[in-house]
Write a protein that binds this ligand. Sequence first.
Ligand SMILES: *[C@@H]1O[C@H](CO)[C@@H](O)[C@H](O)[C@H]1NC(C)=O
Ligand SMILES: *[C@@H]1O[C@H](CO)[C@@H](O)[C@H](O)[C@H]1NC(C)=O
Ligand SMILES: *[C@@H]1O[C@H](CO)[C@@H](O)[C@H](O)[C@H]1NC(C)=O
Ligand SMILES: *[C@@H]1O[C@H](CO)[C@@H](O)[C@H](O)[C@H]1NC(C)=O
Length: 347
Amino acid sequence: MGLVSVSEIVLFLLFSLSLGIVSKEIPTTLDGPFKPVTVPLDKSFRGNAVDLPDTDPLVQRTVEGFEPEQISVSLSATYDSVWISWITGEFQIGDNIEPLNPETVASIVQYGIYGLPMTHQSVGYSLVYNQLYPFEGLQNYTSGIIHHVRITGLKPNMLYQYQCGDPYLQAISDIHYFRTMPVSDPKSYPSRIAVVGDLGLTYNTTSTVNHLLSNHPDLVLLVGDVSYANLYLTNGTGSDCYSCSFPDTPIHETYQPRWDYWGRYMEPLLSNVPIMVVEGNHEIEQQAENQTFVAYSSRFAFPTEESGSSSTLYYSFNAGGIHFIMLGAYISYDRISPSLDHNHLHC
Ligand SMILES: *[C@@H]1O[C@H](CO)[C@@H](O)[C@H](O)[C@H]1NC(C)=O
Ligand SMILES: *[C@@H]1O[C@H](CO)[C@@H](O)[C@H](O)[C@H]1NC(C)=O
Ligand SMILES: *[C@@H]1O[C@H](CO)[C@@H](O)[C@H](O)[C@H]1NC(C)=O
Ligand SMILES: *[C@@H]1O[C@H](CO)[C@@H](O)[C@H](O)[C@H]1NC(C)=O
């Protein structure tokens, strides 16, 4: 784990501890400003988090055929637009994997203002990604079909309902809800923003996420280190400390199904509350041809184009009167860097 990760753990712990100690009912930003609350790091947390096993009902696939699963909402750059993402079909892992054809399942969201018919429809795009290891004995992975649909023309601070999927295959999700952000004005803010890092998929994640759910955030910021699929070998054996337990692997392996477990586990929260993610060191996930950040970049929708970024590793967006600039630590911000030479975030 790098420094980034340690600081994220501290942030996460301070956050969750302060929530636990202050009160059950968290005040809104509109009740502030508040004095910052800090709590010393309890080192006994370190290394004692136990992952949910793949037999846990919360991480199992419960849909059939090409019905949507792992549904999530993300913001675009401005209040009038959001992204809906989901996965259809089954991932494969092993020797003779055959990537699914993303063209075979449509990417459609039907939506409307809460209480009105869902007469609006938006069409998006789909993809699959592979995590390939050209080494003897390591297993390759190919994802289900990942769908991303951008909805535009939304009203501010408004509750919408939506269904996603492929109506032609009769593979449509249940109804979910999202509320758009308020207008970008110095007097208008979302009430509650949850900031969390190093989430993982442990029994401690479950208490953190239940706490988030019970406090009804308007937005979740996940500031790096998501599924921790990179604490596993491709055969599904995991460890608290990869380099301690597996010092001799030819490449830092991952077990990509952990991402699917994470998406399933998070769906009850993220299908109704927007999440904005930025990468941490656990998302590097190097693979064949030196590709990195492939699962991270494929699974989440980012307002990359809308904010004038050229990468999923940095972007910006508005949430009411707040302008968030999400600067991941894995891209150069050098003035002479080609990535920023031609592209500037809309600030
Ligand atoms: C995994 O993919 C790599 C790159 O295409 C290939 O070299 C390797 O043989 C594959 N491994 C298995 C077990 O199929
Ligand atoms: C973390 O989870 C473990 C069970 O795996 C539990 O014993 C421990 O109390 C949890 N810690 C916190 C801070 O909730
Ligand atoms: C996975 O590979 C590791 C290292 O070779 C081995 O110790 C472990 O038993 C394997 N696990 C399974 C489930 O095959
Ligand atoms: C892979 O990328 C890393 C970091 O950019 C670089 O140091 C390394 O030389 C590359 N390896 C190959 C085989 O291209």
